[in-house]
Design a protein around this ligand. Structure first.
Ligand SMILES: [Zn+2]
Length: 321
């Protein structure tokens, strides 16, 4: 009966006592199709359904645990408990009602921490599941046996985040090969103050195909160094509904001096296709040195070379204040 030390324990009864034991060999992530807090998720499992997940993660990154990890939870169909006693840990996450939005920076960080903990606590191997019963990490719709109703859960944007960002970072931290300074970073419960970057800009911007455009959110500077990041800084761009299919978008986080000169890049992210709803996401994981400013630019390439319109942009991320 294991309870994650950085999750808020909200034990479900009678399920916690009544459901059979499992030996956890997999961790499977989900989207709720509801923008709920961990308390609201608990109330739904308790009052609204006989299903439940082991964990819930709100948009703010808080983690709730509803059932011990060595007890069956009923979110993954055939993976909940197999004949050999093995089963999957399930993590539900707040999302929009279409389950089409990406995870927030705070959710990304919490999923990474949960993944590392599941590996250390239960020996879940550091690989993506290769079959429905193969030990490892996965997402709900990855195998039909986990998802007989063919839901899109957790959504295209989040599957991309899981494969490209979250799972690699779980491996990096669990094997001590991380390039971030996360292990030294104070967390909320160390009594340190966290700052939150949270800037948005709804003004339309026309992007000429193939040209780099520097973007301002509230202003052009995302972070002024020295700044230690706690989890990734996360940019989401949304393009107009008439943006042609096949448009590819590349993002670049870059640093300048305090006057906006002496530019240095961090490597391009992409080119990426637009997700459902016209959104595309970029993450940055490197602390900002003293006397440097972190900024962001974007380049879109449309199939016919016509300009495309960016309709909304926001940036979020936690840092040590
Ligand atoms: Zn699901």
């Amino acid at each position: 009966m294991a309870w994650c030390p950085f999750a808020t324990k909200m034990e479900l009864q009678p399920e916690s006592d009544a459901q059979p034991a499992i030996r956890p060999t997999q961790l499977i992530v989900h989207s709720l199709a509801a923008p709920w807090t961990i308390e609201r998720i608990y109330a739904f499992w308790r009052d609204g359904t006989n299903l439940e997940s082991h964990f819930g993660v709100g948009y703010d990154g808080r983690i709730g645990q509803y059932i011990g990890t060595q007890t069956r939870a009923d979110a993954n169909a055939a993976a909940n408990l197999r004949a050999d006693g093995s089963g999957a840990l399930s993590v539900e996450t707040a999302s929009n009602v279409e389950a089409s939005d990406p995870w927030t920076a705070a959710q990304v960080e919490s999923l990474i921490r949960l993944g590392v903990w599941a590996h250390q606590q239960h020996g879940i191997p550091l690989r993506l599941c290769r079959s429905a019963s193969d030990p490892g990490f996965g997402w709900h719709r990855q195998f039909d046996a986990w998802n007989p109703n063919a839901h899109s859960c957790p959504g295209d944007a989040r599957i991309r985040q899981f494969r490209d960002v979250i799972f690699p970072e779980i491996v990096a931290r669990a094997t001590g090969k991380t390039t971030t300074t996360e292990p030294q970073h104070p967390q909320e419960n160390d009594g340190m103050t966290l700052g939150k970057l949270n800037e948005a800009n709804p003004l339309d911007v026309t992007l000429k195909s193939g040209e780099w455009t520097r973007l301002a959110f509230e202003d052009a500077v995302l972070h002024s160094g020295p700044r230690r990041l706690v989890g990734p800084t996360y940019v989401q761009l949304t393009f107009a509904a008439d943006t042609p299919p096949g448009t590819l978008v590349t993002g670049r986080f870059y640093a300048t001096d305090t006057s906006g000169k002496d530019e240095s890049g961090y490597g391009d992210v992409g080119p990426l296709p637009l997700q459902a709803g016209g959104a595309v996401q970029f993450l940055h994981n490197v602390d900002v040195p003293a006397e440097r400013h972190l900024r962001f630019m974007v380049r879109a390439v449309s199939p016919d070379g016509a300009p495309v319109t960016l309709t909304h942009r926001f940036v979020t991320g936690d840092y040590v204040a």
